[in-house]
Each structure stands twice: as structure tokens, then as C-alpha cells.
Write a protein that binds this ligand. Structure first.
Ligand code: FE
Length: 202
């Protein structure tokens, strides 16, 4: 989200959460969201604004920065983009089912929606250290599971992000300590299939 200011630079903003900070309980606590959204995500936004000030990136949209930058600018820009995307992958409406068309598409690649969830969790569990697990669509229209390190994301690989799970410890340490598997089970309970339908339609 961008707001032009008088100096023609753009200020990156923390987007509003699409639900209340306690809406994902008991799967993700209010405290987790207060830290993860309110401190970590906000921190990336603030840092990005500080880093791009007075540089060639000062008036560039977020996606342009993610696609063309490196180093600290990339790390913060990509983390802003990743978190903007991540919150939309979750819903307080609970374990909804995908539409029939999306379920069919998922089943074609993964066997069934349930097998997709198992495969997604297994992929996220095998990620060593900080990073992200994604469902992506490649340029040749294949659906794939992808793990990325640190702030890396599918934009860098020319793939479209369809679903993301943050597997940095800051995403689950308050609620699940070091138990990533429990966090992934919780994630599946609040997975937003309506959002996946939207990303698939783009
Ligand atoms: Fe995070």
C-alpha cells in the first residue's frame, strides 16, 4: 500500500489486518498477532521506508522493489510483501473447503485437498531455518510447493504466489514454542481457501 507525499516519494504503509487480532484464536493467539503483525511486520515497513529514502527506490512501488533490489532493501521489501500476502491467506472463518473447481485442480496435482494439506505441511517441516512455504503457479502453469529462504519469495523466480505460510519462528514461538508441526496444523485450521480461489483466478 502506497501513499504519495509532497516530495513525490512513496511511503509504504502497514496494511490493516483483514480481521481482529484475536479472531484467529485458539489457533493463533492475540499475543502472536500483536507481535507478528504489530512488531515484526510493522518493523519491516518502517525499515523499508528508512532504507529507500533518498534512493532510486524512493518512489518505486513495493513489487518493483522486490523484483529489482538486493541486500537489505530486498530483505525488508520482500518481508513486507510476504507478510501483506500471508495475512490474507488466513481467515477466522475456520477450516473452509475450496470451491469445487479449485478442489478439482488441487486433486489433480496432489490427490485430494487433504493430501495437499499433508504435502504442504511436510514441505514446511523440511524447511531448515527461517523462510516461507508457498503454493505457486509456474510460468508454464504447473502448481508446485516451494520453500524459500529468509525473505525470498516466488516473484524472484517468476512464479505466481497462490498461498504462503510463514515458517520463521516468530510466527509460532509464542503459541507453540519450537513445535512447527503444531503450528502447521493450526495454520490449516485457518487457511483461507477463498483467497486461494482469488489468487488462482489472477
Ligand atoms: Fe513473519
Amino acid at each position: 500500500m502506497l501513499v504519495a507525499n509532497v516530495a513525490n516519494a512513496v511511503q509504504h504503509e502497514l496494511p490493516k489486518l483483514p480481521y481482529a487480532p484475536d479472531a484467529l484464536q485458539p489457533y493463533m493467539s492475540r499475543e502472536t498477532l500483536e507481535y507478528h503483525y504489530g512488531k515484526h511486520h510493522r518493523g519491516y515497513v518502517d525499515k523499508l521506508n528508512e532504507l529507500v529514502k533518498g534512493t532510486d527506490y524512493a518512489d518505486a512501488p513495493l513489487e518493483t522493489i522486490v523484483r529489482s533490489s538486493s541486500g537489505r532493501v530486498f530483505n525488508n521489501a520482500a518481508q513486507v510483501w510476504n507478510h501483506n500476502f500471508f495475512w490474507r491467506c488466513l481467515t477466522p472463518d475456520g477450516d473452509t473447503a475450496p470451491s469445487r473447481d479449485v478442489a478439482r485442480l488441487i486433486a489433480k496435482v496432489f490427490g485430494s485437498v487433504n493430501e495437499f494439506k499433508q504435502a504442504f505441511k511436510a514441505k514446511a517441516l523440511e524447511k531448515f531455518g527461517s523462510g516461507w512455504t508457498w503454493l505457486v503457479r509456474t510460468q508454464d502453469h504447473r502448481l508446485l510447493l516451494l520453500n524459500t529462504d529468509d525473505a525470498e519469495n516466488p516473484l524472484k523466480f517468476g512464479a505466481a504466489a497462490l498461498l504462503a505460510c510463514d515458517v520463521w519462528e516468530h510466527a509460532y514461538y509464542i503459541d507453540y514454542r519450537n513445535d512447527r508441526a503444531k503450528y502447521l496444523d493450526a495454520y490449516c485450521h485457518v487457511l483461507n481457501w477463498r483467497f486461494v480461489e482469488e489468487t488462482l483466478a489472477q
